[in-house]
Design a protein around this ligand. Structure first.
Ligand SMILES: Nc1ncnc2c1ncn2[C@@H]1O[C@H](COP(=O)(O)OP(=O)(O)O)[C@@H](O)[C@H]1O
Ligand SMILES: [Mg+2]
Length: 229
């Protein structure tokens, strides 16, 4: 077994990386029976924080998927965070089916290429209001050279764009132009700006389809499953 690694990335903060990661992890956990690990390598550690609050307040009703924190700060004089990250990935790769990595919005230097190099998929949440086409394109364009290097070793790196916080504004029309840039596949299904995604429920909350119809979240999740399986 070698885990599929899905990193949630975008140079912008507030686009929904942590939100979509947690919803996706919970759905994967409940619906697939696969072994899931979340690596919270974000600076705020919002996902790890939520899990710790849960563990403090009450015993969780089901066996949760694991969440490991990762810090990019040097934790001792000889520490090299980039190496430590690489080692962590090597250690966990054979133990899980899916590893979801939450990443900081603002990152300088070598962290971004390293996370990309170890990933099989990069999921890029995109919102219209922070849409600064050049900075998003700059971010996406880091990918092709890394993809080429990985291809030499026989590994793939796929970019999946997800439009998040969608509303009726005209700005959203322009987002479709991102399809194909740096080889990015834009998912057909979008996530709207809705309170249902906003509430900090729990790390295990699965947005099941209560209506019995395929709502947008479940269409998104199924489309993602088709891409990653
Ligand atoms: N589809 C959505 N609808 C409504 N609120 C959302 C949605 N996605 C994210 N949010 C909210 O936007 C804020 C930023 O989301 P977050 O996941 O923390 O972004 P990031 O991890 O990219 O910084 C949070 O308050 C979150 O609850
Ligand atoms: Mg975040």
């Amino acid at each position: 077994m070698s885990a599929k690694i899905i990193s949630f990335m975008n140079r912008k903060g507030g686009v929904g990386k942590s939100t979509l990661l947690l919803l996706t992890a919970a759905s994967l956990h409940h619906r697939t029976g696969k072994k899931i690990l979340v690596i919270d390598a974000d600076l705020q550690k919002s996902i790890l924080g939520l899990r710790n609050e849960e563990l403090d307040s009450e015993p969780l009703s089901s066996k949760p998927f694991e969440i490991k924190g990762f810090s990019w700060a040097k934790n001792s004089p000889g520490d090299i965070p980039l190496l430590r990250f690489h080692k962590l990935i090597q250690e966990i790769e054979e133990k899980y089916d899916f590893v979801l990595v939450d990443t900081p919005g603002k990152m300088e230097g070598e962290e971004i290429p390293l996370i990309m190099t170890v990933s099989d998929f990069i999921l890029v949440p995109i919102i219209a209001s922070s849409f600064d086409i050049q900075s998003t394109i700059d971010f996406l364009e880091i990918v092709p050279p890394i993809r080429e290097e990985k291809a030499k070793e026989g590994f793939d790196l796929r970019l999946l764009g997800v439009i998040n916080k969608r509303d009726r504004s005209l700005e959203h029309k322009h987002l479709e132009a991102l399809e194909g840039i740096a080889g990015m596949e834009l998912l057909q299904n979008h996530i709207s700006n809705l309170v249902r995604y906003k509430r900090d429920k729990s790390t295990l909350y699965d947005l099941v389809d209560v209506s019995g119809q395929q709502d947008e979240y479940n269409l998104y999740f199924n489309e993602l499953m088709d891409k990653i399986n």
